[in-house]
Every structure is written in C-alpha cells, then in structure tokens.
Design a protein around this ligand. Sequence first.
Ligand code: MGD
Ligand code: MGD
Ligand code: MO
Length: 669
Amino acid sequence: MATFKTMCPLDCFDACVWRVEVNDGKITGVKGDANHPFTRGKVCPKAKRQVERLYSPDRVLHPLRKAGSGWRRVSWDEALSEIAERLTEIAEESGTTAVLHNYDSGSNGLLNNLDRRFFNAFGGGTETQGSLCWGAGSAAQKLDFGECRSNQWEDVLNSNLVVLWGRNVADTNRHLLPFLKQLKEHGGQVAVINPINIKLPFAADIFLPVKPGTDGALALAVGHILCRERWLDLSFISNHVSGFEKYLETVKEYPPERAAEITGLSVESIEEFAAGYGRAGAASIFLGYGMQRYTNGGSSVRAIDALAAVSGNVGKSGGGVNYSYSGYKKPIFADITGKELSHQKRYIKYPCWGDEVLSLTDPPIRAIFVTRSNPVCQLPNTKKVLEAFRRTEFKVTVDFVLNDTAAESDLVLPCATSFEAENIITNGMNQHFGYSPQLVEPRGEVRSDAWIFTELAKRMGLEETFGRYTEAQWLEEALAPLNGYGINLDALKRQSVMDNPLIVPVAWQDKKFTTASGKVELYLGTAADESSAVGHYRPSAEAGGDLIDQEQYPLIMLTPHSGGRIHSQFHDLQDDGSMHMSVLMHPQTAIDYGAVDGGLVLLESPRGQAKGTVKLTEHVLAGVVVIESGWWIKYGGGVNFLTPDRVSDLGGTAVYYDCRCSVRRITEV
Ligand SMILES: Nc1nc2c(c(=O)[nH]1)N[C@H]1C(S)=C(S)[C@@H](COP(=O)(O)OP(=O)(O)OC[C@H]3O[C@@H](n4cnc5c(=O)[nH]c(N)nc54)[C@H](O)[C@@H]3O)O[C@H]1N2
Ligand SMILES: Nc1nc2c(c(=O)[nH]1)N[C@H]1C(S)=C(S)[C@@H](COP(=O)(O)OP(=O)(O)OC[C@H]3O[C@@H](n4cnc5c(=O)[nH]c(N)nc54)[C@H](O)[C@@H]3O)O[C@H]1N2
Ligand SMILES: [Mo]
C-alpha cells in the first residue's frame, strides 16, 4: 500500500489535508493528516463520499447523447465534433455571446479554470456576474477594509470571546470545533447568533436566536451600547477609522429597545452580548455566509465590521471579522483564464439566471455550456431555470453523474475526479493550497476537464489562441507568481500542501487598509449610492418586508448547507431511500399551521411548491422552517422551487434565505 498526501478539492472552509491510501491501483481509504495544524488528522464525511463517488456504479463513464427520452453512448470524437460544429455555427449566425458558459466552484482545481480559457479563446460569450455564495459579505468587507482578510485559524486561541455569527460550524466548518473546545477549556467564551441553535460539542455561553435578516439592527444596537458605555478603542478610531461621527449618528437611532422589537431578542440579551463583546479585550467574529443571503446582507456585514473597528478588534491577535481569505489569494496564482483573449463578452445577473436567459435578445441564448456547477438544482427559482434550459437549443454539461442539470442536457461529457487527474487545489476560504497528483487510472473513458477543453479548442481551430501547453505546463504557469517565494511545481510536489506565503497570523496587523483613505471606512460619503452609507438596517425584502403578503406566506424558509454533502454533491450517495426532504420546524409552528411530526406538508411560495416531511425540533425559531439545500429534484428535492431570484444590496448575491412560504398538511397521493 502507498499513501499520498493531498488536499480535498471541495469549496469548503476546512479544505482537509488528506492521506490517500492506494492499493493495487485502487483507492482504499482517505484519512486525515495528523501533522496538519488545522484539520489535525480528521476528515469530514465528504472525504469518504469522494471515494464512493469515484467508484459509484451511477457514474457516467462515457460521453452520452440524449436520444428521445433516454441516452445513447457516443465516442469522444462524435461528442466533441458535434459541440465544435454547433458552437461554430451559432457563433457565425448570432455571435459568441449567444453561448452561455455557466461555471462555479464544484472543484477548486486550478486547471478547472481552463474552461474559461476555452470560452475566452472562442471570443467571449455570455457569463454570469455576481454570486450564489459569499458576494454580499465580500463586497461589504472590500468597502470597509479594502479586501477580505482573516486571522490565521490558530489565532482564535488568543480570543476571549468568539462570536459565531450566522456560521454553522457544526456542519460547514467542523475543524474549527476542536479549537473552540480548547478555547472554552481555557476560559474563553463562545456566542452564537443564529435563528437555529446549531449543534456544538459544548454549551454556547450566549445564544441569540435572531429573526432572519435582522442582524443589521442587532449590530447597530450593539454599536449603540459600545458607544454609550465607551467600550471603544479611541486610539484605533482616531488613527485608523474614517466616518466615526456618521457612525455615532447612525447607532444613536438604534437603542436596544428598538433592536429588540426588530430582532425578536430581549433587551437583556442584547445588553449581555454587547457587554461580553465590548469588555472581552480580544473578541473575534466568525462571519458565516448564511446571514448575508438577504437583500440587506451587505449592509448587515458592514454593520458587523463596524463593531470590530470601533472596539479595536481589527489588526489584533484574538480579534478580527473572519469572513474569508480571498484577499490573499488573487496575487499568488497567475490567471490562466485568458481574459485578454476575449473580444466580446456579455454578463447576466447570476441570481436572476432564469429570467435573464429567457429575456435576452440580440442575441438570445442559443447554447448553454455547464461546468463544475449544477445550476438546475442550485440556482434560485427553479421553475424559471428549467424553462430557460428547456427553451435553449443546445445544452452541454461536463460532470461525473447524471444530476439535475446533466439530465436536462443534450450532451454529457464525463470528467475525471481529483483522484484521476493531476491538479493544484486552492481555496479562498482557507489559507493553504496543495498538489493533487493523479493517483489512479481514470475509469471508463472519463477525461480531465483540461483535456476536454484542449481537445475542443483543437477541433475549433483555436489551438494557437488557447495555447499548446500540457497540463503540467499550465500548472507551472499558474504558479509563476510564487516562484519569488521559492515555490514551483517541483517544490509543491515535494511538500504536497503549503501555506499561502502572503497570509500573516493577524490580518491587518500593519493597519494599512487597502481602501482609498488607508483607513477602515465606516462611511465613504463619496458615492451617491447605498455603498457610501454607514452599514445600516433596512428590512429585507421578503423575510422582513411587505413585498409579499405575509398573511398568505407567514413563514420564513431557510435552506442552509448540509453536513453530509456539499451543496448537491453526494446526495445521490446518501441512500436512506427517502423521496422527501426533511422540513424542520418548532413544535409551536406545527401547532399553528396544523403540521404533525413525520407528516407530509406542501410548502408554497410566490415562485412555486415543494413537498417535505415534518421533523419537530426546539432548535429552530418559531415561525421559521428549515430545509437543507442540495436535495436533487429527481429524488423528490427542489427547495429552490421556492427561493427568490433577487439580488443582495451589495455584491449581486442570491438571497436564498430572504424567502417566505406557507405550509399545509397533505396526504400522499
Ligand atoms: N437553497 C439554497 N441554494 C443554494 C445555497 C443555499 O444555501 N440554499 N447555497 C448556494 C451556494 S453558497 C453555492 S456556493 C452554490 C453552489 O452551487 P453549485 O456549484 O452549482 O453546486 P454543486 O452542487 O456543488 O455543483 C457542482 C457540480 O460540479 C461537479 N464537479 C465537481 N468537481 C468537478 C470537476 O472537477 N469538474 C467538473 N466539470 N465538474 C465537477 C459536481 O459533480 C456537481 O454536480 O449553491 C447555492 N445554492
Ligand atoms: N458540509 C458542508 N460544508 C460546506 C458546504 C456544504 O454545502 N456542506 N458549503 C461550503 C460553502 S460554498 C459555503 S458558502 C459555506 C457556507 O457556510 P455557512 O455560512 O456556515 O452555511 P449556511 O448554511 O449558508 O448558513 C450558516 C448559518 O446561517 C444561519 N442563518 C440564516 N439566516 C440567518 C440570519 O438572518 N442571521 C444569522 N445570524 N444567521 C442566519 C443559518 O441558520 C445557518 O446555520 O460552507 C462551505 N462548507
Ligand atoms: Mo458557497
């Protein structure tokens, strides 16, 4: 048996370092790496699932062509020739922007970016703009600090208080748990701000079950108390903060009594949390992405960032508003997407995908090419997405399995898993990157994404523009900016996993913020739009506002991420055989709406319907229903039939949780 060190390719906070066991050309196990400082020898259930996926009998092993209601196996030659012909024809007749390339972060492999290079070499095309994920918070932190930077994970042990603000560490970030346990053992405190009482291996010291979409009001009230009690770092404010006077004016409007009404929290609990934060000395906030999936999500994050700034918890050990490491990632890898090659580009708003595709003219979308994403399952407002898909002439999906998107396509191209092809794995939510060697022979006729796009480029006469590099040469090219740090492909292969050399233990320790003023900008006062204001509170469109009839749709629906899968990936391998999603609700909600534990309900929103089985729990706020996202439509899923296709105030992010619905008991038909 041989063991290889490598890194999980999934787009996850933890980015596990793996020790992969290979026996007789087969992968027989994936274990953690005990020497890795963050993942500390443990992997999550998704590691095992990746081996199961590699050997799954449901994997697509040959290119498939839709034939009537079924599929026909075709050769690579046939599949690629058809794609080359159709794309060329569409580009000649309608221009390259008649082709939409939909990609996301299904894999964090650097070589996966060659899909974008292909479309840039093709001449451009239509792409999505905005985010399904973290865009509102990222845009907010860019306004406040200039970039998203986080303290290194180990630094959490220097905190006296850690605030898990809308971050489900139990499911999405489980390697943080041992650090938090350690912190608690040394007398540190943990606060949770979440409409769901997330599972922790210890009792949280403070739990604020905030009403969905009202974090902005809570943060402003906490700011109000910090200013009232003078729990401020005046030296940090005078040297490194711009707009403090405007901030004072804003928080004056938010006494805790007002915030209590908005957030559903008691005045006492808001006071207790503010005192805990204001007097902690060093307090670090771990911001999740759940709390920014609202039409006011960007402003909420800005209001939270401001708390760290006025209390001097920025650029400090044990402090920080840790959201992502994306601000460190960009400069270290060369962009191999070939942006400069494109001469005609058009963008659609990602969260409004269905509407955008349906309404585009001049030219209309005639082809959709999907890579490393599952838009039919994961985009909001599925009904419109499906309509747009079905109306489009030609659809191609590159994936491992026949998921909801592949099922809607004309051609499915089977790609290699991270075990079957060489790559480098990077991650904007984490501070390391790693080499992922080819460990086994690809199954059937699957090919790497890099091979697929290189071949397609050849067939379309774009070989020269695309570049005649081997996969290893592309990796060298991508690593070029790191050569100055003594890092090249050979060095990375020897070490397997490395830390991003730009990441320092404490973000912003030098207090040189990358904003225009060089300070934390609580108030910009430059632009005429919202982005220049102090992070403020405005009710979110649907959860908090009156955009839709609250009597008709009385409940707020949250669709957070699952511990056992990442988005839709691996749902096909979770074989409890159930064809119904679980709908979590508080017993009081069930009484109010006539639902019973284990009974079937129909959920309805202005967008559509979905069914699920009720599970009662005291851990969810009354008036809120919770369904984990990622359940495949073909297995009875489809939370996104209900979710809204709107965008956040900043960053163009999908506002999945800003969603109202009704619930009605039904019997199986
Ligand atoms: N209701 C609701 N919807 C949500 C969310 C939510 O919270 N609630 N969260 C949103 C968020 S945060 C995100 S990031 C998005 C994610 O949205 P997607 O990225 O569309 O989600 P995935 O299900 O991970 O789909 C990735 C696909 O890529 C494939 N894949 C994996 N590796 C490779 C590879 O190397 N090559 C190729 N070609 N394919 C590969 C996988 O098999 C999978 O089908 O979902 C969003 N949707
Ligand atoms: N196992 C697993 N790990 C993952 C993923 C996965 O799908 N599975 N996805 C990865 C990706 S791409 C992402 S984006 C991250 C997401 O990581 P997280 O941000 O942790 O996950 P979410 O499920 O989006 O939401 C987190 C929490 O926000 C809470 N929340 C919802 N609305 C509000 C609100 O208004 N205020 C507050 N304070 N809290 C609220 C939800 O109850 C939920 O517990 O996880 C990454 N890691
Ligand atoms: Mo995400």
